[in-house]
Design a protein around this ligand. Structure first.
Ligand code: HT7
Ligand code: ZN
Length: 844
């Protein structure tokens, strides 16, 4: 595979004025007829006429009506062309029914659909398949299927054909087509300037009862983007389609979003509160792309964070507004530490804006998305809310209709605020997680904080320069009063001190409030200071982090020194968790412990080889101690968490159920599963049913419940994904690999469906001690299945291979077994480029 470099960017030699496409749909022989109007690009010097095209059967090609014979390779075609504007026409044949990679035009349960981001359009027809080539598209679809959809506004519809016209210039990756026997839930949205927009959520017959939440989420998103960002929708219709076979969550195609059914379909019977919240966020995310991604797109794929980081940031703001802002912030930090930190601290580390890649599909990562969003959050903190709004207005005004870069993005902030962002730009080019250490000094009445930042070397980047760190700090008096409210310190040096004068006594610092920068804070605060912050901090994130840090310390001590769980921490936490004045959702978050993966990373950083079994045991014994010590309050907490109103997936009810689920986990450690069994039998919604099932699986007492669940839900693919996943994810580690193997032999293990594959293999990878079982069985199973899936669907297989990204942390025996699995994969004849890049990077 070839490596592509950001520094080599050159514009395409031709602009595209307009594209006409005709599709004659047939599962094994779809004809695609294209008519593309090209003109020499005055901004380019290289006039090579190369059109991407892969897995296409070229039937004929014409330039200005005259037949031509282009030179065709397995990557595309080249051709002699005039040096004045011309029309290129091609007719190709493709086989959607044989497309198992789910890129380009493919079939899912008898329905045609497309996925063109990042480079799927080249599997539909010959085209300059790059995001900086933007054009208007007219599409005609010929098929007897009842529903025929494409981008833009609908044109004439006749017997066996439909036409669509998209007036907004777009890159090919936003092209979409859907055809099938579908039904819609429809609604109408009126924009704030009075335009009517028809909304449709299309699903397979039988799924209509799962569409209400999606349509409501869409309307909320449309209104929010008008109110908060001043962005209105710009077509007469907005279509969403649910598809069962999909490589990722969803896709923001112009006017025709395509969703993995797991990311849009919901009903109280079949979906958990977490599903409802995720769906609301993904619908918002894809909708927000209409401006941040579609109207303003990326110049090249190195700029992916331009649309993804910004759109994740916008969807987080939306969720914070719809639900609880502190709960959303803490959840985002948990997710960042679970997904992005391991990536940034291991062999797959790369900058938010990568400088090279072999396969762009491998860079739809937590770093580009979530760290990309954190970078925007820091920018907003540094310039302030008003300046952020001004800069965004300027961005939309200046760049509407363009394909942009991170330089364009930063320039609007520089122009709107007068700030120099040269140093800030390092957040886009330097990989790795900065570590921030702190020293306190109290002299006279001056209180001084001295910070030091260092970023460990990452692949290809040995030396790191200091980055701009916005550090939000508050100071508390020993009596618990806040003497200095949240203040933003702007750190730009490797080492920097900040003094607070006139402090009557030595305060307790509350550092990095709101997680104001995505760093690891190395602060050796005393146990008393942490307990004090747990009790008194006014910043919800810092309060949560104080508890988290006490839990981490207790767990590390019990792993390394075999100490008993920290009783003072458990008592402090108990006071907080039983405080009725606090939001139940926040209390549930306070009860969650650091993940086993995070503990492994902490040990690794301390120079200790993590033992997954010891980590598992330490977590279990802390939870047992918590259950014992809180025995007297658990019934009242369970009662407090009970919801008597009819089910609603709102923040209030979900918070209560989250608290109830955490409490049930503890109760199960005391009663062996009696309360969980009762909850399972009486549950009238999936949240309660699944939390009970999870508690039973963890207690190894779920046999009957799993059988009953399977009988009830065998006809619902999305629910069966939960059934497959939960019994592996929460299995006792020793049985997890064998259970995984047994489930791969279950008749419903349709492994070519990405959701089902992820439910099984992703859950094995998520069972830390199970995946890293000492005999290497976890590595072997995953390796075998990755190898098998790679032959059909390289994109999904390669993404899942990142489960191995931490393999070098562990002991010699585990390392040898993981290495052997990775080497076997790497040496497999015919391995995809996607997988070769991922495994190659992990082997180093
Ligand atoms: N922009 C979309 C990314 C995406 C994607 C990328 C590669 C291959 C398949 C894909 N499906 C969706 C989704 C998003 O971030 O909104
Ligand atoms: Zn996105």
């Amino acid at each position: 595979p070839q490596t592509v470099y950001l520094k080599d960017y050159t514009p395409f030699g031709y602009t595209v004025e307009h594209v006409d496409l005709t599709f004659r749909l047939s599962p094994d022989a779809t004809r695609v007829i294209s008519r593309i109007r090209f003109a020499p690009n005055p901004a380019a010097t290289d006039r090579t006429f190369f059109l991407h095209g892969e897995e296409l059967n070229l039937i004929s090609a014409r330039i200005d009506g005259a037949e031509v014979s282009p030179e065709v390779t397995d990557k595309g075609l080249t051709c002699e062309v005039p040096d004045t504007p011309f029309t290129f026409e091609a007719e190709v044949e493709i086989a959607p029914a044989r497309n198992t990679a789910l890129e380009g035009l493919y079939m899912s349960n008898g329905m045609y659909c497309t996925q063109c981001e990042a480079e799927g359009f080249r599997k539909i027809t010959y085209y300059p398949d790059r995001p900086d080539v933007m054009a208007t598209f007219d599409v005609r679809i010929e098929s007897d299927l009842p529903v025929l959809l494409s981008n833009g506004n609908p044109g004439p519809r006749g017997e066996g054909h439909a036409e669509w016209s998209d007036p907004w210039p777009k890159p090919a990756y936003l092209f979409a087509l859907v055809a099938g026997e579908l039904e819609a839930r429809s609604d109408v949205f009126t924009t704030r300037s009075g335009a009517r927009v028809d909304l449709n959520l299309w699903v397979r017959p039988g799924d209509l009862h799962k569409t209400e939440w999606g349509i409501e989420a869409l309307k909320k998103s449309m209104r929010w983007d008008e109110e908060v960002y001043g962005r209105e929708y710009d077509l007469d219709v907005f279509n969403i389609v649910a598809v069962d076979d999909f490589n990722m969550g969803a896709m923001e195609n112009k006017g025709l979003n395509i969703f993995n059914s797991s990311a849009v379909l919901a009903s109280p019977d079949t979906s958990t509160d977490a599903n409802f919240e995720r769906i609301e966020a993904i619908i918002a995310h894809e909708y927000f792309h209409n401006w941040t991604g579609n109207r303003i797109t990326c110049r090249d794929w190195f700029q992916l964070c331009l649309k993804e980081g910004l759109t994740v940031f916008r969807d987080s703001q939306f969720t914070a507004d719809m639900r609880s802002a502190p709960v959303k912030r803490i959840s985002d930090v948990i997710a960042l530490r679970a997904r992005q930190f391991p990536e940034d601290q291991g062999p797959l580390s790369h900058p938010v804006r990568p400088e090279s890649f072999q396969e762009i599909n491998n860079f739809y990562t937590a770093t580009v998305y979530e760290k990309g969003a954190e970078v925007i959050g820091m920018l907003k903190r540094l310039v302030g809310d008003d300046a952020y709004s001004k800069a965004l207005d300027l961005y939309f005004e200046r760049h509407d209709g363009e394909a942009c870069t991170i330089e364009d993005w930063l320039k609007v902030f520089e122009d709107a605020t007068g700030r120099d962002l040269a140093q800030f730009k390092r957040w886009y080019s330097q990989s790795g997680t900065p570590r921030l250490s702190v020293e306190e000094r109290y002299e006279g009445s001056d209180y001084t904080l001295t910070f030091r930042q260092t970023t460990p070397p990452t692949p290809g980047q040995a030396e790191k320069a200091p980055q701009v760190l916005p550090i939000a700090v508050g100071l508390l008096n020993p009596n618990g009063d806040e003497v200095v409210p949240t203040t933003l310190l702007e750190m730009t040096e490797g080492e920097q001190s900040f003094t607070f004068p006139n402090m009557p006594s030595k305060p307790v610092p509350s550092l990095l409030r709101g997680f104001s920068a995505p760093v690891v804070l190395d602060h050796e605060a005393s146990g008393e200071d942490k307990a004090f912050l747990l009790a008194h901090d006014t910043d919800p994130y810092s309060r949560w982090e104080a508890g988290r840090s006490l839990a981490r310390a207790s767990l590390i001590a019990s792993i390394l020194e075999r100490t008993e769980p920290d009783a003072a921490y458990l008592d402090g936490l108990k006071r907080l968790v039983t405080d009725p004045a606090l939001d139940p959702a926040f209390r549930a978050l306070m009860m969650s412990l650091p993940s086993q993966n995070e503990l492994a990373q902490v040990l690794h950083e301390k120079g200790v080889t993590p033992d997954p079994d010891a980590i598992f045991e330490a977590v279990e014994s802390l939870l047992r101690a918590m259950a014992e010590r809180w025995r007297d309050v658990l019934p009242a907490l369970a009662e407090e968490a009970r919801v008597s109103a009819p089910y609603a997936p709102d923040a209030e009810q979900s918070g209560k159920r989250a608290l109830g689920s955490a409490v049930l986990g503890l109760q199960t450690r005391l009663d062996g599963g009696a309360a969980a069994k009762a909850q399972f039998e009486n549950a009238d919604n999936m949240t309660l049913s699944l939390s009970a099932l999870g508690a039973l699986v963890r207690a190894d007492a779920a046999e009957d419940a799993l059988a009953a669940f399977e009988t009830r839900w065998s006809g619902d693919r999305l629910v069966m994904d939960k059934w497959f996943g939960i019994q592996i994810m929460l299995a006792p580690p020793q049985v997890a690999p064998d259970r995984t193997r047994a489930l791969t032999e279950h008749p419903a293990f349709d492994w070519t469906n990405p959701n089902r594959f992820r439910a099984v293999m992703g859950s094995l990878a998520g069972n830390h001690a199970g995946f890293h079982r000492a005999d290497g069985a976890g590595y072997e199973i995953l390796g075998e299945w990755l190898s098998r899936l790679d032959e059909k669907n390289p994109q999904t297989a390669a993404r899942m291979a990142s489960a191995f990204q931490t393999w070098t942390r562990y002991d010699d025996e585990r390392r040898a077994k993981a290495r052997a699995t990775l080497e076997r994969l790497y040496e497999k004849p015919g391995l995809s480029g996607d997988m070769a890049e991922m495994v190659g990077r992990m082997l180093g």
